[in-house]
Ligand binder design. Structure first.
Ligand code: WT7
Length: 663
C-alpha cells in the first residue's frame, strides 16, 4: 500500500480513545474482560454459546433442540427444529411485558410533522395489515415486494408479512421501474405494497406510477395485487381488480391476528444486492437466526436501554433499515425514529435539529452523510452541530463504508462532544447484522478501524489459498464459522451462493466477505481496505460495475463501456464510465450533451444512485492483445494519476492519452 492509501484507511492512526468511564459503568458489555469472557465462551462451546443466547433473547413457540445443523454445509441451518414468529417477538412479547403504551415509533415526516405509534397501536396496525393481506389470499411462503417510502406503514408492511409468514423483498424507492420489474420476476412475487408518492426534500416522487410502469414491462406473471398506501393524495391511476387502497383493505379487518408460527429457517426476507457479475443477488435470510442477531446487536453494539431514543437514518430499502429499523429496535422494545426526509432539508442542520427535538440518545448514520454535513457546515456555519444542544446523545454509530479518521474526529468532537463512543460497524447485506465493531463500553477506539469482531464471530484474514496471514499483512476477509444471521442462499440460485461466498479455492467452508482487510500488528484491530471484487461503494450503496456497464451498452448509441470506481471526498467512491460510441468520438458540447443523456439513461435503467458521475469518451478502450479491457489502467486514469504500471501487454497505448480527461 502507498502512504496515501494508508492515510485514507487510517492505518497510520495511533490515537486511541478509551470508552468514557460513565458509559462503561452502565454498559451491557462493560470492559474488555467482559468482551473476552464472551469470546472465550464462544470458543469453548460454540453451539452452547449460541443456544444460550437464542433461548435468552427470543420467545420460541416451539423450543429448538438442534442449534447448528451442518449436514448440508455451506447451507447451514440454525435452531432448525424450533418455531417462532418474528412479529410476535417484536410486538406481542413487548405488550405482554407491559410496554403496550410505550412509544415504538416516532415518525418524523419530511416537513417536520411528527406522528407516534405505541407498541399497542403498532400491533393493531400490523394485525389489520396482516389480516388485509390474508383477505387477498396472500399466505405463508408467498413473496411480497415492498416499494414504500420511509413510514410507519413501511415498517408495518414488513412486520405484517412476517406475521403471516410471507417473505418480503423490499426494493429501495430510488430504483427504476426496470430494476423493480426484475426483482418482482426473480422473487416470483404475488403482490407489491407501495404508496402513491414519496416525499423527500420537499419534492413529491412517484412510486405507484413506477410500479405501473414495472408491471407494464411484462413478465410479472405471478403478480396479482398492488396495495397502495395514500401518503400524499397525489393523482395516480388505478387498475380495477388489481389495485387496492391500503386504508380500504384494512378498514374492516380485526385488530388481532394470530401469528403464523414458522420454522426458525423459514425465509423472513429476500433483499437484492449487487455482486461483481450478473444481475443482483437475492440474499435470503432466515427468521430465527436473523432476529436473534438483530436483537443481540441492539444490546451489545448499541447498548440499548429502556429509556433510549434510537435513530438509524438508513432507508428500509437497505439491510441497515431491515435490521436496525424494522426488526432490531422493536425486538428489544425500544423507541425509535423513522425519518422520511433527507439530511439537507430544510437545511443541513436537519439531523442535529431532529436529535434535539426528539431527545435522540443513540444516532446511527453513514460516513457519506457525515462528510457532506462537514462540508455544509463549512459553507454555512449556522448548521454546524455546535449550534445545537445534542445533549441527549450518548452513543454514535457509523455504517456502510470506511469512515476516514478526519470524519471520525469531527463526529466525535462536534456531534458527540467527546463524550459519546463511536461504533464503526462493519457488516454486509449477507451478514444480517454487525460483524466487526467496537463494543461501546469495552473496546478502546481507533479512528478508522472497526476494531474487533463481536463475540461468536470468527473473522480472519487469509491469503488466496485460505491460509492465515500475520497481523500487519493485508489479505482477504473471511469468516471461519457459520453464524446465526448469515445469508442462507441466493434466492433461486444455490450454485451462485456457493461460488460467491464459499469458493472451493478457500476450501468451501469459509465465508468470503468480498473485502480486503488488515490487522494492526500491536492491537490486532481490523481495518477494512475495500472491496476486492468489481463492486463499488458509492455513498454506502453497493453497485456492481458490470450492472452499470450492461445498462450503458443497452443504449443504442453505445458500442462498449467500462466502469471503474474513483475515490471521492464525499461519497467515498464515485462512478467513472469509459464509453465507446458507435458514432465517432464526440468532443466539446456534443460530448457534454451525450454524457448527460447517458447518465439519465442509467438512472432510468437502474436508478439515480447508479448514475456515473463522470463519463469519458474514447475511440476504444485500453485492451490486451487478447481483447481484455485493462481496468487497472482505467482506475489510474479515473484518479487523474500518471500510469507507472507495466503496459507492455497493452495493445493500443495511444488510447490512454485520449481517456485522460473528462469530456
Ligand atoms: C459492504 C457491504 C453494512 C450494511 C450497509 C451496507 C462496506 C460496510 C463498513 C465499515 C468499512 C464497510 C464493505 C462491505 N462496509 N460497513 N464499517 N467499514 N466498510 O451493506 O450494501 O451489503 O455493503 O459495505 O465493503 O462489504 P452492503
Amino acid at each position: 500500500m502507498t502512504n496515501q492509501q494508508e492515510e485514507i484507511h487510517g492505518l497510520q492512526e495511533n490515537r486511541i480513545f478509551e470508552p468514557p468511564a460513565q458509559f462503561k459503568a452502565q454498559a451491557a458489555v462493560s470492559g474488555m474482560d467482559a468482551y473476552n469472557k464472551l469470546c472465550a465462551e464462544a470458543a469453548s462451546d460454540y453451539e452452547g454459546f449460541w443456544s444460550r443466547l437464542a433461548r435468552e433473547n427470543l420467545d420460541w413457540h416451539k423450543p429448538f433442540t438442534s442449534t447448528l445443523n451442518e449436514s448440508e454445509a455451506p447451507f447451514y441451518k440454525w435452531f432448525d427444529d424450533g418455531e417462532l414468529n418474528v412479529s410476535y417477538n417484536c410486538l406481542d412479547r413487548n405488550i405482554k411485558n407491559g410496554l403496550g403504551d410505550k412509544t415504538a415509533i416516532i415518525f418524523e415526516a419530511d416537513d417536520g410533522t411528527t406522528t407516534r405509534a405505541t407498541y399497542q397501536q403498532l400491533y393493531e396496525k400490523v394485525c389489520k395489515f396482516a389480516n388485509g393481506l390474508k383477505s387477498r389470499g396472500i399466505k405463508k411462503g408467498d413473496r411480497v415486494v415492498i416499494y414504500m417510502p420511509m413510514s410507519i406503514e413501511g415498517v408495518a408492511a414488513m412486520q405484517a408479512c412476517a406475521r403471516i409468514g410471507a417473505t418480503h423483498s423490499v426494493v429501495f424507492g430510488g430504483f427504476s421501474a426496470k430494476s423493480l420489474q426484475e426483482r418482482i420476476i426473480d422473487a416470483g412475487a404475488v403482490a407489491v405494497i407501495t404508496a402513491d408518492e414519496q416525499v423527500r426534500g420537499g419534492k413529491q416522487l412517484p412510486l405507484k406510477s413506477i410500479v405501473d410502469e414495472a408491471l407494464a414491462l411484462g413478465g410479472c406473471t405471478t403478480m396479482k395485487d398492488v396495495i397502495v398506501y395514500k401518503r400524499t393524495g397525489g393523482k395516480i391511476s388505478f387498475t380495477e381488480g388489481r389495485d387496492t387502497w391500503l386504508h380500504d383493505l384494512v378498514e374492516a379487518q380485526p385488530a388481532e391476528c394470530e401469528p403464523e408460527w414458522v420454522n426458525a429457517e423459514h425465509p423472513l426476507f429476500i433483499l437484492y444486492t449487487s455482486g461483481s457479475t450478473g444481475t443482483p443477488k437475492g440474499v435470503q435470510h432466515a427468521s430465527g437466526g436473523f432476529l436473534l442477531w438483530a436483537a443481540l446487536t441492539m444490546k451489545w453494539t448499541f447498548d440499548i436501554k429502556p429509556s433510549d431514543v434510537f435513530w438509524c437514518t438508513a432507508d428500509i430499502g437497505w439491510v441497515t433499515g431491515h435490521t436496525y429499523i424494522a426488526y432490531g429496535p422493536l425486538a428489544v422494545g425500544a423507541t425509535e425514529i423513522v425519518f422520511e426526509g433527507v439530511p439537507t432539508f430544510p437545511n443541513a442542520g436537519r439531523f442535529w435539529d431532529t436529535i434535539d427535538k426528539h431527545n435522540v440518545s443513540i444516532f446511527y448514520t453513514a460516513p457519506t452523510a457525515i462528510r457532506s454535513l462537514i462540508k455544509a457546515s463549512d459553507v454555512d456555519p449556522k448548521v454546524h452541530p455546535k449550534n445545537y444542544k445534542l445533549s441527549s446523545l450518548r452513543l454514535l454509530g457509523s455504517v456502510g463504508e470506511p469512515i476516514n479518521p478526519e470524519a471520525w474526529m469531527w463526529y466525535y468532537r462536534n456531534v458527540g462532544n467527546e463524550k459519546c463512543p463511536i461504533v464503526d460497524t462493519f457488516w454486509q447485506t449477507e451478514t444480517g447484522g454487525h460483524m466487526i465493531t467496537p463494543l461501546p463500553g469495552a473496546t478502546p477506539m481507533v479512528p478508522g478501524s472497526c476494531t474487533l469482531p463481536l463475540p461468536g464471530i470468527m473473522t480472519a484474514i487469509v491469503d488466496e489459498a485460505g491460509h492465515d496471514v500475520p497481523n500487519g499483512q493485508g489479505g482477504i476477509l473471511v469468516v471461519k464459522r457459520p453464524w446465526p444471521s448469515m445469508i442462507r442462499t441466493i434466492w433461486g440460485n444455490p450454485e451462485r451462493f456457493k461460488t460467491s461466498y464459499f469458493p472451493e479455492e478457500l476450501g468451501g467452508r469459509m465465508y468470503l466477505a468480498g473485502d480486503g482487510a488488515i490487522r494492526n500488528k500491536d492491537t490486532g484491530y481490523f481495518t477494512i481496505t475495500g472491496r476486492i471484487d468489481d463492486v463499488l461503494n458509492v455513498s454506502g450503496h453497493r453497485m456492481g460495475t458490470m450492472e452499470i456497464e450492461s445498462a450503458l451498452v443497452a443504449n443504442p448509441l453505445v458500442a462498449e463501456a467500462a466502469v471503474v470506481g474513483k475515490p471521492d471526498d464525499t461519497t467515498g467512491e464515485s462512478i467513472c464510465a469509459f464509453v465507446v460510441l458507435k458514432q465517432a468520438r464526440p468532443t466539446g458540447d456534443e460530448a457534454k450533451k451525450l454524457a448527460l443523456e447517458l447518465r439519465n439513461w442509467v438512472a432510468k435503467e437502474i436508478g439515480p444512485i447508479a448514475k456515473p458521475k463522470e463519463i469519458r469518451f474514447g475511440d476504444n478502450l485500453p485492451k490486451t492483445r487478447s481483447g481484455k479491457i485493462m481496468r487497472r489502467l482505467l482506475r489510474v486514469l479515473a484518479k487523474g494519476e500518471t500510469i507507472t504500471q507495466d503496459i507492455s501487454t497493452l495493445e493500443n497505448p495511444a488510447i490512454l492519452e485520449q481517456l485522460k480527461e473528462a469530456s
